[in-house]
Design a protein around this ligand. Structure first.
Ligand SMILES: [Zn+2]
Ligand SMILES: [Zn+2]
Length: 257
């Protein structure tokens, strides 16, 4: 049973939305946009009895009622009840900047609601004070610009990708875990050898005080080699990536090769 979202987990995405919106945002816009980027599911979508609000909206409203942002000094509610908005402070901007890369990784790479929540919570807790380094599963797409734009993330992600490829290669071949497609067999060794995409089923981080080797080894259980078609299918519904076993079942029932 997935736990309900907490106010703590809403802090960073809210600060992010304030910043995107020029530093401030109204409560109703905040609810609307948080919904879009966090993709709430489960009990958080239950409607409160006798009201049109659901539990997710209620949590966002609680941020104001409980003065959550003010307590941390990250943002302040201003204006009256009808024209109210919440504005990010300089401490809020610093907090966001410290966690910006991780937040982006969590929100852009299409992880499940439970994983987004869990990691946002850790970021606000003591554990979150340990610096984390992020990866990116899409490094093989638009490689050129990524090489320039985010050298460190690129290098780290490439290392992870190569490690995974080495691990999943059997007898010199690497195939899609879902449909068994083998780029080398299909396109020929010259252009197809070693080509594969690596899907992250859970967010992967390297903690600053741990060795990259440990991170890579531990990450393997959350990495899956997939062909480009299967990878697109997994992420087709951006609000809920498919589970690998589910996709394999679909292919077994429908796939014709
Ligand atoms: Zn496939
Ligand atoms: Zn993926």
């Amino acid at each position: 049973m997935a736990k309900r979202i907490t106010e703590t987990e809403l802090i960073l995405p809210s600060l992010y939305l304030m910043k995107l919106n020029g530093g401030r945002i109204t409560s109703s816009k905040l609810i609307e946009k948080l919904r879009l980027i966090m993709k709430p599911s489960g009990e958080d979508l239950d409607i409160l009895s006798g009201r049109s609000d659901d539990k997710f909206s209620q949590k966002v409203r609680n941020l104001k009622a409980h003065e959550t942002f003010e307590r941390f000094g990250y943002a302040q509610y201003k204006g009256d009840a009808r024209k109210g908005f919440v504005e990010i402070t300089s401490d809020g901007k610093k907090h966001l900047k410290r966690n910006q890369e991780i937040l982006k990784y969590l929100l852009v790479n299409d992880f499940e609601y439970v994983d987004i929540k869990k990691n946002l919570k850790e970021l606000e807790s003591e554990k979150g004070k340990k610096k984390r380094l992020v990866f990116d599963e899409n490094i093989i797409i638009q490689e050129g610009i990524k090489k320039i734009a985010q050298v460190k993330v690129y290098e780290r992600s490439t290392k992870l990708r190569n490690y995974a490829i080495e691990h999943f290669t059997k007898d010199g071949h690497i195939a899609c875990k879902c449909c068994s497609f083998d780029f080398e067999n299909f396109y020929g060794a010259e252009i197809g050898k070693g080509f594969i995409e690596i899907h992250h089923t859970k967010p992967i981080f390297q903690y600053k005080d741990s060795e990259i080797e440990n991170t890579l080894e531990n990450a393997l259980k959350n990495l899956v080699p997939v062909c480009s078609n299967c990878h697109r299918m997994i992420h087709r519904n951006w609000s809920k990536p498919l589970e690998i076993q589910y996709l394999i079942g679909q292919i077994e029932r429908n796939g014709i090769l």
